[in-house]
Design a protein around this ligand. Structure first.
Ligand code: AMP
Ligand code: MG
Length: 347
């Protein structure tokens, strides 16, 4: 790939309209701009411009059968390119803008290069003012996967994007740190009015159940063995979120994990955990701060990158419960560990 100069538009509160207007023009003319959302940074290209999707796949090094999410500035814009059932409207009313992506039947205006060859298209309306302003400025829906090199942890600040994609894309909008830190919840709509969670995220299965009734969770969300050749959500079959360090997904209590890390014979060992465990730990602490699902989701990808920056060879993370937003962390963690779960030794 030919190196190009990647322009950085830093949002400061002054002249932001001009910067976002310029970024929108780049997208409208077929270029690529990374932008902040409430989940992670996205790598955006026009969903309508021929060849823009191919450029996204090339910049990320992403397999082209792994579909892109199409971002809109208002959930009603989905009607321009997708068949919109009532269930979508009800969910949009409740959860959009927000970290929810809904898979719908696509219309012809969306090329299959955007949807990884599928007849369905994933739609999301981000809850971030810069993201929505960019879509409006571009004047078209924006196809965007996460703005990382394929396989590496998703980017939660502009520096992560620059580290992965500088020289490969036209511009990055720096809007600071992402609030949530893990990617959106992806769902498909089932004929009975319910839905299936294909990828867990900030809109939890419990929240969906209160809104739509029957909520199923695809097996591959918690079981890497089910990521076969024909997964429901194509992204599930790829190794993901992997830093250079070996990630140990630890099934046990905090205390058991700290003991295991402290006595691990390997040299450069770190532990992603909350501050409350700092006192007992004799290895590098990668702290998420307070002990909450929001804090873990917010910091997880960023700390995987920090582990590499600090030259750590092994990173322990405790497997969280499979409930609430922890389900998203559970899902990302078993992918980062390559599907391997390490159990506490029974004593
Ligand atoms: P990313 O933007 O990197 O988080 O990736 C978007 C993810 O959304 C993909 O990995 C897919 O698993 C999922 N996705 C996008 N479009 C579809 C679709 N039409 N059907 C099912 N899953 C989809
Ligand atoms: Mg991604």
């Amino acid at each position: 790939m030919n190196e190009k100069k990647t322009v950085l538009f830093t949002l400061t509160g002054e002249g932001d309209d001009v910067k976002i207007g310029e970024a929108g023009r780049i997208i409208r003319e077929g270029g690529l701009v990374a932008f902040p959302t409430e989940t992670v940074y996205g790598l955006g290209g026009s969903a309508y411009f021929p060849g823009a999707a191919a450029k996204i796949y090339a910049a990320k090094g992403r397999p082209s059968d792994n579909p892109l999410i199409v971002h809109v500035s208002d959930p009603r814009e989905a009607e321009d390119f997708a068949v919109v059932p009532d269930a979508y409207r009800r969910l949009a009313e409740r959860f959009m803008p927000g970290p929810l992506t809904v898979v719908l039947e696509k219309k012809d205006v969306i090329d299959r290069s955007v949807t990884g060859g599928l007849d369905t298209v994933a739609v999301r309306c981000p809850d971030h003012p810069a993201a929505r302003a960019l879509i409006k400025a571009a004047g078209c829906p924006i196809a965007a996967p996460s703005a990382n090199r394929s396989g590496s942890p998703s980017p939660t600040c502009a520096a992560h994007v620059m580290a992965d994609l500088s020289g490969r894309i036209d511009a990055v909008i720096d809007g600071g740190e992402c609030r949530i830190g893990v990617e959106s919840t992806v769902i498909s709509l089932d004929g009975d009015g319910g839905c299936t969670v294909l990828r867990p995220g900030g809109v939890t299965a419990e929240m969906l159940a209160r809104a739509v009734g029957a909520v199923r969770v695809a097996g591959a969300v918690t079981d890497p063995a089910l990521c076969g050749d024909k997964p429901l959500s194509p992204g599930m079959k790829y190794k993901h979120y992997s830093p250079k360090a070996t990630v140990v997904a630890f099934d046990g209590t905090d205390g058991e994990m700290i003991d295991a890390a402290n006595s691990d014979p390997r040299e450069s060992v770190g532990v992603i955990t909350s501050d409350k465990n700092a006192g007992a730990l004799r290895r590098a602490l990668l702290s998420v701060g307070e002990d909450s699902e929001d804090a873990f989701c917010h910091a997880f990808f960023s700390l995987l990158r920090r582990a590499d920056e600090e030259g750590l060879g092994v990173v322990y993370v405790r497997l969280p419960p499979k409930t609430g937003k922890y389900l998203a962390l559970y899902n990302r963690l078993i992918r980062a560990s390559g599907g391997k779960i390490t159990k506490a030794k029974e004593s």
